[in-house]
Design a binder for this molecule. Sequence first.
Ligand code: GAP
Length: 508
Amino acid sequence: MSTPADSSNLMEALVSLAKRRGFIYASSEIYGGLNGFFDYGPLGVELKRNIRDAWWRDMVHRRDDVVGIETSIIMHPKVWEASGHVAGFSDPLVDCKASKQRYRADQLFWSPVVVDGKTVSYVSALESEKTTEDLQAAAESFKRKKAIVGTLAPVVAKDFTEASVEEIPLIPSPATGEPGSLTAPRAFNMMFQTNVGAMTDASSVAYLRPETAQGMFVDFKNVIDTTRVKLPFGIAQIGKSFRNEITPRNFIFRSREFEQMEMEYFIHEDADWATCHEEWITWCENWLKSIGLPESHLSRYAHPKEKLAFYSRGTVDIMFKYPFGVQELWGIAARGNYDLTQHANASGKPQEMFDETTKKKFVPHVIEPAVGTDRIFLAVLASAYAEEDVTDEKGNVEKRTVLRLSPRIAPVKVAVLPLLKNKEALTNRAKALYTKLKRNYAVQYDDGGAIGKRYRRQDEAGTPWCVTIDFDTIEKEGDTFTLRERDSMSQKRVTEAGLFALLAEHVY
Ligand code: GAP
């Protein structure tokens, strides 16, 4: 098995496959696209739905302590004041006045160029897998071009938020390579604003939600008053969120409209939050593995205490090794009782539960696993993609592209292929099987072209199994089909009952 040699080739291959096979298109493509927005095509929508459904089944249906809700995307603007988003949901923005480019200050890196202990200039580079190498190369190039003699010190990468007022005018813009055009960082609120109703004045301002989580906090009382939940319990939601990201990038990794799958797990104020936090981190890791992400690509990042919000007790991110580097996939935060307390104070409605033992009221604390469906989608594509050389029956070597997707989430579970399309006995049997299968599973019927070509088409779509209805099916006893397995390409004969049993075992 092989994958494209380097990571940028892998990203290119993924973007190209996604377009070619109808997984993902740029939004409004005929108008040139809109940066940070994407459409999911026929295969993509199935894959995404399967990821979402697998999460919902495991998180809600298969647990006794989690219920689901769906809240509106536009909520009362006071929600976002109470949650702190109006005042503080911002990224530090830097403008380049010369090129009109905009950067996130914490993704724009710089270093002094120090020769024989003296700062002679500054260099800059955008965050990447090799930020320090890029800065070092820029420093060496500067020294060479200016024919400066002496020993160059290794660069020290700092992000732009660490630049002093004196340093800012000396740091070159990554767009022009010249200093003097970068502004000091300023807070840029990432919430999309809109107006509700016919008036467009300050009183009608509302926001597209930047996270689904606040829906769970605002409906906390509704859920405990209308269901029989008892602590500890969770409220889960899947839905769209919107962030006006300064630098949407890496395909669907950071976009401006995306889907979140979040769950707020409420626990007693005296509960052992650290154990509960750890249990949820492990649950999330196991779930990612259950949909086929390799353990070798997963790691943990514990946010340093000094960088946590004042109310946060701890946050651990599950990181994934994407082609462009190790990045956050799933955040699991222990948020204390901050959110419920904020909403209680802002609305004047207590958000409490009653402790039968102590006979006292208290505000529950919360553990919050929050993940983006699109980020999982990209992780799934990146780890499933492979290119390999295969030899056909005639001894010709050809390249096959295959998506080794878990059957749990593969867009198509089985392809039904009559060996010949003009032989009624074959097509009738194939259609009967196809009709029966599609009652329960996403299946495709394909009778176009040579059988090898049809297998390749399904390999690229990530279809785990193909069944071929051939002459043995109709001429021999037993009504068996050829079952071809995607990853090993091995073939064996299987009955209809055997095929259904296989699907029941792997598609859950
Ligand atoms: N309620 C907590 C919360 O929203 P977050 O870390 O800002 O926390 C949670 O977001 C998850 O949502 C992230 O771990 C990531 O998977 C996903 N996410 C966040 N911003 C995203 C974006 N711009 N594009 C795609 N996914 C995003």
